[in-house]
Design a protein around this ligand. Sequence first.
Ligand SMILES: NC(=O)c1ccc[n+]([C@@H]2O[C@H](COP(=O)([O-])OP(=O)(O)OC[C@H]3O[C@@H](n4cnc5c(N)ncnc54)[C@H](O)[C@@H]3O)[C@@H](O)[C@H]2O)c1
Length: 254
Amino acid sequence: MKIDGSRGIFVGGASGMCRATATRFRAGGGEVAILDLETSDGAAVAEELGGRFFPCNVMDFDGMAGVIGEAVEHLAGMQFLVNTAGGAVAQRTVKRDGSRHSLDDFRRIIDLNLIGSFNINSIGAEHMAGNEPNENGERGVMLNTASIAAFEGQIGQVAYTAAKGAIAAMTLTMARDLGSLGIRCMAIAPSLFDTGLTAGIPEEGALQLTKDAAFPRRMGRPDEFAIMAISIFECAMMNGSTIRVDGGQRFAPR
Ligand SMILES: NC(=O)c1ccc[n+]([C@@H]2O[C@H](COP(=O)([O-])OP(=O)(O)OC[C@H]3O[C@@H](n4cnc5c(N)ncnc54)[C@H](O)[C@@H]3O)[C@@H](O)[C@H]2O)c1
């Protein structure tokens, strides 16, 4: 897909990796809509990128169809749908005090990351199905955000792992579901990245959390996610996979 003249919807685009992706997409000649929480910097980011802000909450599952519909109408189409809205809770299956993981917390993390992503994807694909295909038969690209937590089994991340693992697992199935429509589906699994989500992690903690990387041993930069995201959009052979962007990071159990 060519960025120039394409339209992108960036869910979570007010900050971090999605913002960086929207910025690169805009620099390449694409039109952008930023979807994010009402309380976010979405309006300022959209203005900076010459786009429009659509406040939303991905956990308002019914409301998302309306918001995405408005954004598609405003842009007069959508070829790229990027979603980074998500988050974690730190809790063990059985906590140190002997009590078990809160089921409400587990369900909330599944809702936010997994159900939110699938809902956005199915709504987005419904719109993309109506696009005129390009000369290669492509109608659009959907990109979700997993995490290396999907594969690394970090202690205290059971809900997040379940959600991100499922995002990774559904990527190939969705790519196959949507292949006949010319819609691709991919996911990126980042290691620790320096974004709004991780702003509270002190430097010492970040060093500790990235020390098992091969190289570079540091937090990723949002633009490094964006570089991969844009490559995925541009390269028609990228489909059905979850790509680790992690400096070769692997965790040993501790
Ligand atoms: N930063 C990391 O180290 C890291 C590592 C692996 C995976 N991830 C994943 O990346 C995503 C976070 O992206 P980031 O790191 O750029 O963080 P970020 O906080 O900078 O950006 C995330 C954006 O999502 C928005 N958002 C959060 N909840 C939302 C909701 N319910 N509805 C709408 N928007 C919502 C936030 O307002 C924010 O603007 C999450 O899915 C997270 O699991 C992050």
